[in-house]
Design a protein around this ligand. Structure first.
Ligand SMILES: *Cc1c(COP(=O)(O)O)cnc(C)c1O
Length: 221
């Protein structure tokens, strides 16, 4: 079942789109089922779960942190995390830089942008982001690598609205690429799309989809 789902996505998704299998709350045995059919990219949103799974599981897994990150917990994942999807404040970015430096790494990050109508979702608005990017302090951060943007659309049946929100993110990425990141070939990612809206996200230029429940089944919190 799960193996078939993984194979379905790997076949279905365009080559330009990376599958992040969101394994949060799911046991290691299930993740191993996906691993055993060749999928090695997983997303988690709780630090203690991510650390435990990293320690217990094969070391060639690429771990993505997709949740809201607290500054005092960065140190636990700094040695191994592959990409932090949801950087939503300058304070957090500076703290990631500091922890990355301590372990002699450059940590890949995405800026989370608030694109949904709900105000429950985290993320920068445009003016906060431009202020950050224009600051000298930002240019001094040597141990982070900004690879693009992440966003979550409103939870709604209105496909036009979802498409518009994803398009907003895609347009912002293009604008930032031109103004701030034209010299960084890694700045190219758009992490957008989940089980319910990944097709719309891909139409709007997503390069990373974060699929949880459709692969692993519904979650019991
Ligand atoms: C849980 C989660 C997902 C996966 O959601 P599904 O609807 O289960 O596919 C994607 N992104 C983030 C940030 C999440 O927290």
């Amino acid at each position: 079942m799960l193996a078939e789902k993984i194979e379905y996505y790997l076949k279905e998704l365009p080559k330009s789109v990376k599958l992040i299998a969101v394994s949060k709350t799911k046991p290691e045995e299930l993740i191993m089922e996906a691993y055993n059919v060749g999928h090695k990219v997983f997303g988690e949103n709780k630090i203690q779960d991510l650390v435990r799974k990293y320690e217990n599981m094969p070391k060639d897994i690429e771990w993505h942190f997709i949740g809201h990150l607290q500054t005092n917990k960065i140190k636990y994942i700094a040695p191994f995390v592959n990409l932090i999807h949801a950087v939503d404040s300058f304070k957090l970015l500076k703290a990631i830089n500091k922890e990355a430096k301590k372990v002699n790494r450059t940590i890949n990050c995405l800026f989370q942008i608030h694109i949904a109508q709900e105000d429950t979702k985290f993320g920068f608005n445009n003016s906060e982001l431009f202020e950050l990017l224009d600051s000298n302090e930002f240019n001094d951060l040597q141990n982070i690598n900004i690879c693009g943007l992440m966003g979550m659309a409103t939870y709604t049946d209105n496909k036009t609205q979802i498409a518009n929100e994803f398009k907003f993110l895609s347009d912002l990425k293009n604008e930032l690429k031109e103004k701030y990141f034209s010299n960084n070939p890694d700045f190219k990612e758009l992490s957008m799309g989940m089980s319910g809206d990944y097709k719309i996200a891909i139409e709007q230029g997503s390069t990373m989809v974060r699929i949880g429940s459709d692969i692993f089944g519904t979650r019991n919190y």
